[in-house]
Design a binder for this molecule. Structure first.
Ligand SMILES: Nc1ncnc2c1ncn2[C@@H]1O[C@H](COP(=O)(O)OP(=O)(O)O)[C@@H](O)[C@H]1O
Ligand SMILES: [Mg+2]
Length: 240
């Protein structure tokens, strides 16, 4: 691990919809080997940050660099082969397809059947509860299990960095805890993570570093534990 290499470096990113700005001058870094979170309320601009990082929304200014390479405005089909995977808001599974088929679709950049099978075995080690359910239709899974399928599918492209958009939204507290464990385990397996969350408590718990987004601006950043302990975050985001 070389300390000067960042998985992701976003500098001064601005983007919006139909000329209306949604995020302004957002900068963030994901260091190799780390879990980073960006927390913010509904409408703060979290999804827009993810979408403009992966070129689904074209930034109006600023830059995105992935593993040291400038990729500003490049679309996901260019970024996935470079080691980025995205789990979008709302999971977007193929609900009529089996878990296995969803995983195979996640491996679309890998042409070699043996590589796909090997990846699948490796990925499934992170999902002990689901590994016997490869033949089940993904749409029949619970919300939390579908979130797991979405993460598993993203991991099938063998990414070095994964972006998660609100993985715990709408899940029961027990399932939120499972997703938190999953994030920690994915990180331990060597994948860097940027997780965007409204659920500040869980996100701060699993992250090394955190950013707070309000009204499209980064208003605070720092060590996740330090931010979690700060009076401002305790009051505004942790309900204490
Ligand atoms: N497709 C869109 N068209 C127009 N406005 C949008 C669109 N998506 C998001 N917005 C607006 O951009 C702002 C940020 O939204 P978003 O990035 O989705 O926030 P978050 O993910 O934090 O809830 C909000 O004001 C939202 O209404
Ligand atoms: Mg969102």
């Amino acid at each position: 691990m070389t300390s000067e290499v960042l998985s992701l470096e976003v500098k001064g990113l601005s983007a919006g919809y139909g000329g209306v700005p949604a995020i302004s001058n957002v900068s963030l870094k994901v260091e190799r080997g780390s879990v980073v979170t960006m927390i913010g309320a509904n409408g703060a601009g979290k999804s827009t940050v993810i979408k403009s990082v992966c070129g689904l929304v074209k930034p109006t200014s600023g830059s995105v660099s992935l593993f040291g390479e400038d990729v500003t405005g490049k679309s996901p089909d260019r970024l996935v082969p470079r080691g980025l995977a995205v789990v979008p808001e709302g999971r977007r599974l193929f609900g009529d397809m089996t878990f296995r088929e969803n995983l195979e679709l996640g491996a679309y950049t890998k042409k070699d059947r043996h590589v796909v099978e090997r990846n699948m075995e490796r990925v499934l080690e992170l999902f002990p509860d689901l590994k016997d359910r490869l033949a089940s239709i993904a749409g029949t899974f619970s919300g939390g299990q579908q979130q797991m399928v979405a993460v598993a599918r993203a991991l099938m492209s063998d990414p070095q960095l994964i972006l998660l958009d609100e993985p715990t939204i709408g899940l029961s507290p027990a399932m939120v805890e499972r997703i938190a464990e999953l994030i920690v385990n994915v990180s331990k397996s060597g994948v860097d993570i940027l997780v965007i969350e409204q659920n500040a408590e869980t996100a701060l718990e699993v992250s090394d570093k955190a950013y707070i987004l309000e009204g499209g601006h980064v208003i605070a950043e720092g060590d996740a534990a330090t931010l979690a302990a700060s009076e401002e975050v305790q009051k505004a985001y942790l309900g204490n």
